[in-house]
Design a protein. Structure first.
Length: 740
């Protein structure tokens, strides 16, 4: 239905469109995204009136069915997109104004959203989504200055908000600024309790520590570090700063110890603290052994689980301990594909957590999992399970080592065949361990594995990168038929692969460093001295060609290394003129302006300055002569400025002199690009630093955005990194040579 409705909208078959619209409203009224997409298509095709008519039907239907969450999104969309269409806007406002005691759900929703029943709206539904937590009654946190607070007033139209902070009451902020610096706080958060009733919190500190810890734990959705609880309740520097609290007395340490003891024995609160400090708070009534078993299920690490059993056995002996062992076995069975399972196996294998007096029971658990372990590591099933990813996901290298040692001790064919999947391990530690072990135990098998990786670098980029590093640094050996020169050729080819793969950014950053290393650089020299011109040039042309999409920074870094060893080769390779760091591109008009400025400095300002210096000297004592010092500083500044401008003029290349055919983006072109995310179009001129003007959208060609598009052709796409580390993709829509 989705595709047919969209196709109908695109072909302007309005009768079919109305039928499809009605059918969709009846069958799935909550498909807001599809309704609004259809409306956007109609607006783009100049059928806004038809879209408004259909949206009016939708509003009526949503209102009648009381689908308030969907209705609010449609209303905001209409307020933003159809503000000039009075009928539709009136319909939206009518819905808002009709709120009364019979519509409690909508009334509550609108109240929570900060919308008045008079119909005051944010400027768009997107804006509403951005600022929805900045409405009266909501709690917020200002992490750097004022601490926690509650919003008391908000006026989106005036872009103002008023907040009662813990440290500063009735504080005014701009709405947009507040959205950047404030974080939302849930109403049941510990900070919200502090704002609502500080006396309650202080009372709980004295009389009900378990309940207070429960509040803090629930503030973080039930899971929080023990250190975090201590930080919040012990008034660390950060908390003191946020809430302007006084430092707690030294007796607080003993209180904290008492609180932990109370919590551990309180049947009303289940709280588990383990190796990683994870605390989970739940409210229920259970027998003590059942409660301990429940704690095992809630615990996230094997250390937590076994610690609970150890503590229980220590306090209660084996009386009613069966549920605890059953819970442990159940968790092992359920989590066979998780890193935690391998941690569990590792700890059992290592023998650290076998309790001597209950050794038999733990041994039974271990033995019951020997066969599942063997099945889990069956090489025939590894590709169907996330084993390698799971192994690499374990952060502790000691745990990885325990597991690998256990595998290596088992001499069955099944364990040995496991090494066939070394190529799938994208982990430096595991790569070193497994290749090192195979080098000793079965070098022939290692050779087969490495050669298969060498032949398919695109399948295993992480492993291939480690392979070429180790091969060139003599840590591993490939077959006799593969020389280091072959490795070098393959490495250059590999660069072209990873440069277009968004998942290999780390490798892209490391490869230039690798090529600059001493042994690899020497290999370049050996290769260049022995290879023929016909063999060398195609490789380095490929390395430097923009058609291969090799990232500019990577290409430049490698070229610098090669140029030091073989400058003649670099001259043969066609490098884009804009990558010449010594050239300064400028228009004739700008060059004339710089020349005029130099002439003015030499012929006017410096003579005037010499005269000023002479007049200052005539005043007498130069040790305390401010006029003389100022004149000397001005002369130094003028000389430096003239010297700088002359160096620019001497290295200038006129943009007018560049042979611009309009076939690619380069200096002296006007470019229109499309943002592939929102389909918005922008037009820029690519010029030099002297002509750059952001207001007129004239870009310096060395600016990141302009640099990313240099060399692209009509229809090409390019990406630009933005502040948060993400990439935005654009497409070149038109290229025009500027008349300079």
């Amino acid at each position: 239905m989705k595709q047919s409705l969209l196709d109908t909208a695109r072909t302007n078959k309005f009768e079919d469109l109305e039928n499809g619209w009605l059918e969709l409203m009846i069958s799935n009224i909550a498909r807001t995204d599809l309704f609004l997409t259809v409306a956007e298509i109609l607006r783009a095709r100049s059928h806004g009136a038809k879209a408004a008519s259909l949206l009016t039907q939708l509003i009526d239907e949503l209102y009648s069915q009381k689908k308030w969450d969907v209705l609010q999104e449609v209303l905001y969309y209409c307020a933003e997109k159809y503000s000039k269409m009075r009928d539709l806007k009136d319909k939206a406002l009518e819905c808002i104004r009709s709120v009364n005691s019979d519509n409690e759900l909508l009334d509550t929703y609108l109240e929570q959203s900060g919308l008045a029943a008079t119909g005051d709206l944010f400027s768009s539904w997107k804006e509403f989504n951005t600022y929805s937590y900045l409405v009266p009654g909501k709690f917020v946190l200002h992490t750097t200055q004022f601490g926690a607070g509650m919003v008391t007033e908000a006026d989106p139209k005036a872009d103002t908000i008023k907040i009662d902070f813990f440290k500063k009451k009735n504080h005014n902020m701009g709405l947009k600024f507040a959205a950047r610096v404030l974080q939302p706080i849930a109403s049941n958060h510990y900070y919200a309790h502090m704002i609502r009733d500080e006396e309650l919190i202080l009372g709980l500190k004295e009389n009900n520590q378990a309940e207070l810890v429960k509040i803090v734990a629930l503030s973080f959705r039930g899971e929080v570090l023990v250190s975090k609880i201590k930080e919040e309740l012990c008034n660390t520097n950060r908390v003191k700063r946020l809430f302007d609290l006084k430092a707690e007395p030294k007796s607080w340490t003993s209180w904290w110890g008492k609180a932990k003891r109370v919590i551990a024995k309180d049947k009303f609160l289940t709280l588990t603290a383990g190796l990683k400090g994870t605390v989970t708070a739940r409210t229920h009534e259970l027998s003590y052994s059942d409660e301990a078993a429940e704690n095992i299920h809630l615990s996230q690490t094997v250390y937590d689980k076994i610690t609970i059993i150890k503590n229980y056995l220590k306090d209660h002996g084996e009386n009613e301990a069966t549920p605890l062992f059953e819970a442990l076995e159940e968790d092992l069975a359920k989590s066979s594909n998780q890193p935690e399972t391998l941690e569990i196996l590792s700890l059992f294998i290592d023998g650290k957590y076998k309790i001597e007096e209950h050794k038999n029971r733990f041994q039974e658990i271990l033995e019951s999992f020997e066969n599942p372990l063997e099945k889990f590591l069956d090489p025939g099933k590894i590709l169907d399970s996330p084993f390698m990813a799971t192994l690499a996901a374990i952060k502790n290298n000691d745990t990885k080592k325990n597991i690998l040692d256990y595998i290596k001790k088992n001499k069955s064919d099944a364990w040995l065949k496991l090494y066939h999947y070394i190529a799938h391990i994208d982990d430096t530690y595991l790569w070193a361990q497994t290749t090192g072990a195979l080098q000793k135990e079965n070098p022939a098998l290692l050779m087969d594995i490495l050669n298969s990786i060498f032949l398919s670098p695109d399948k295993f980029p992480g492993s291939f990168y480690r392979l070429i590093r180790d091969a060139i640094n003599d840590k591993i050996e490939l077959s006799e038929s593969v020389s280091k020169i072959d490795v070098l050729r393959k490495a250059i080819f590999f660069l072209e692969i990873v440069s277009v793969n968004p998942h290999t950014k780390t490798i892209q950053q490391n490869v230039p460093k690798f090529f600059a290393e001493k042994k690899c650089n020497k290999l370049f020299l050996d290769y260049i001295q022995t290879a023929s011109k016909e063999e060398i040039e195609p490789i380095f042309r490929s390395l430097t060609s923009r058609d291969e999409r090799l990232e500019s920074k990577m290409r430049a870094a490698i070229l610098r290394v090669v140029s030091r060893s073989y400058p003649v080769l670099i001259k043969r390779v066609e490098i884009p003129y804009w990558e010449n760091e010594k050239a300064y591109y400028i228009t004739g008009i700008s060059k004339k302006r710089l020349e005029d400025e130099v002439e003015n400095i030499v012929n006017v300002k410096l003579p005037e300055n010499s005269k000023a210096i002479g007049e200052a000297q005539a005043l007498g004592d130069l040790s305390e002569n401010a006029e003389f010092d100022a004149a000397k500083e001005e002369r130094e500044r003028l000389n430096q400025r003239a010297k700088h401008l002359k160096s620019i003029i001497e290295s200038t290349t006129l943009i007018e002199s560049i042979n611009r055919a309009g076939e690619m983006v380069e200096l002296g072109t006007k470019v229109t690009v499309k943002n592939n995310e929102n389909n918005e179009f922008q037009t820029f001129q690519i010029m030099g630093a002297q002509e750059a003007n952001s207001e007129n959208k004239v870009l310096n060609y060395k600016a990141p955005f302009a640099w990313s598009m240099l060399g692209t052709k009509l229809g090409d796409s390019f990406s630009v990194s933005i502040e948060n580390g993400a990439d935005k993709e654009y497409t070149v829509e038109s290229i025009q040579v500027l008349d300079i």
